[in-house]
Design a protein around this ligand. Structure first.
Ligand code: F0G
Length: 350
């Protein structure tokens, strides 16, 4: 029997690791590429969802974290630190456990989803809630890693990007070539950078015949790249992408321009509507930030920017269980019934 071995073993020759590097892994990657029937009908395209919530800690961060923690361990680090809107901290905490390291996380006070906080706690991370936003947390994390013996595992660490690029490899390996368009949410802009790196490497080496156009979507209240200026007080219900000064800003612009794509914004209302559509009509439960990719695709389709017949992949970055409040909010309360088939049948309209 054979199971997926994790991205370092599966793509070792395309990653900056030596033959002797022992991977710190939870067998991340190898995530489902799910055909999206309703989205395909709505757009007249062949739409697929790259379901990154199926990673071990429930988000795409595990691809970068296996690389970052593997390298930190190899270099003798005893402790790692990250700033996070939640998913990076959950992932860092879990991989630090595997490596026997201390993990420190800095999160914006009151602005991370409960599930993510629970993960960091149960994996034993040292958590500081910072009286500031994600951008402040990242500034603080950089300062600490510059001045104290602790390795930074945010995506400003280039090996994080190396790990995350494997998602593009998997898509090409699965489809036989690159899609026409790749759509994803943009926060700190590490992931769009990573996908573009993966796609361009495969095209350069002839594994694929082309690269896709990269379409990125920020939340309207946190859309510095769209506005062309830092957003001092970013806001959105999609807390994962509540970021006003993305670290990989310049790389995101390069991915956009080199691929012939664009970076646009979607409102919280559009995000929540895509979130509900994914769950109720595609059977895929994602966290709100993840739905920004799909919200963006639907917005682009409404604006006539989506030519029919194309092959489109949307990355949905994190699992819906991370932030279930939005699933419950506004939904009708389940009714209570006695242990009685007749009463139950009546309530079910059978
Ligand atoms: N989707 C989810 C679920 C995320 O957690 C993030 C980023 C993004 C999208 C955006 O990706 O930053 O590479 O552009 N989360 C980071 C964190 C910031 O700390 O977990 P990006």
């Amino acid at each position: 029997t054979h199971q997926w071995r994790g991205i370092i073993e599966e793509y070792r020759d395309r990653l900056p690791v030596s033959d002797t590097t022992g991977a710190v892994t939870l067998r991340e990657g190898g995530t489902p590429l799910v055909p999206a029937q309703v989205l395909s009908e709505r757009t007249g395209c062949e739409v697929h969802l790259k379901v990154e919530g199926a990673n071990p800690t429930g988000s795409f961060k595990d691809r970068g974290m296996t690389m970052a923690i593997t390298r930190a361990k190899e270099e003798g680090a005893k402790a790692v630190i990250c700033a996070s809107t939640g998913n990076t901290s959950a992932s860092a905490a879990a991989y630090a456990v595997r490596a026997g390291m201390v993990c420190a996380v800095l999160v914006p006070q009151g602005k991370i989803a409960l599930g993510k906080m629970g993960q960091a706690l149960v994996h034993g991370a040292k958590i500081l809630q910072v009286d500031g936003n994600f951008d402040d947390c990242l500034t603080l994390a950089r300062n600490l890693s510059d001045n104290y013996p602790v390795a930074l595992v945010n995506s400003v660490n280039p090996v994080r990007i190396e790990g995350q690029k494997t998602a593009a490899f998997e898509i090409v390996d699965m489809l036989g070539d690159a899609p026409d368009v790749h759509v994803l949410p943009v926060g700190n802009a590490g992931n769009i950078t990573a996908y573009w790196k993966g796609y361009t490497e495969y095209a350069r080496d002839g594994v694929s015949s082309r690269t896709p156009r990269m379409w990125g979507f920020q939340a309207s209240g946190s859309a510095p790249i769209v506005r062309g200026e830092i957003v001092k007080d970013p806001s959105t219900i999609a807390t994962a992408i509540r970021i006003g000064n993305p670290a990989s800003w310049q790389y995101a612009l390069a991915a956009r321009d080199e691929s012939g794509g664009f970076i646009d914004e979607v409102t919280d209302r559009q995000i929540l509507s895509a979130y509900r559509l994914l769950a109720a009509q595609e059977g895929v439960f994602v966290e709100p930030a993840s739905a920004a990719s799909v919200a963006g695709l639907l917005k682009a389709a409404d604006e006539g920017k989506v030519d029919p017949g194309q092959r489109i992949v949307c990355t949905v970055t994190g699992n819906g269980l991370k932030d279930p409040d939005w699933a419950v909010a506004g939904a009708p309360q389940p009714v209570t019934v006695p242990v009685d088939a007749g009463a139950a049948a009546e309530r079910l309209g059978l």
